[in-house]
Every structure is written in C-alpha cells, then in structure tokens.
Design a protein around this ligand. Structure first.
Ligand code: ZN
Length: 76
C-alpha cells in the first residue's frame, strides 16, 4: 500500500487525511471538522486554544467536547 487510510477518532470513518479537533485531542475526518466549524462554541474553542499557546500550558487537553456532540458520539 502506498498510503494508509486513517480512521476518524470521532465517527470511525476512513479518511485520506485527518485534522486536529478544536474541542479535544481527537483527529477528525472532514465531515466531523465541518460539524465543529458550524458549532456555536467553535469560536470560543479557538480562543481557548490561542490562550493555551500564549501561556505555554501544553498540558491543556482542549476546550472539551460540547455536550451536544458528546451525547451524539458518546451516548454512554
Ligand atoms: Zn469523523
């Protein structure tokens, strides 16, 4: 195989490339990324990420997945 398919951490879909979530440490497919961008808390999560890099707090594990997405993907 010349390239490896990657698996989205959130929905489990195979994807050619994954991008980092703004909400947590997941690597996401394009669909999940688009869903995040459309989320009302997206801008807030981006600001939190900026604050992290400014303060050098690399133990920060992300803004946290919003409750509605949490329930959608992790109902238990
Ligand atoms: Zn996905």
């Amino acid at each position: 195989m010349r390239y490896c398919k990657q698996i989205c951490h959130r929905c489990g879909t195979e994807a050619d490339s994954l991008r980092a979530s703004w909400f947590n440490l997941h690597m996401l497919c394009q669909n999940c990324l688009t869903e995040e961008v459309a989320h009302p808390l997206y801008e807030q999560a981006k600001r939190a990420e900026f604050t992290k890099t400014q303060t050098g707090n690399y133990r920060f594990e992300g803004f946290g997945l919003p409750d509605d997405l949490q329930r959608k993907y992790y109902p238990n």
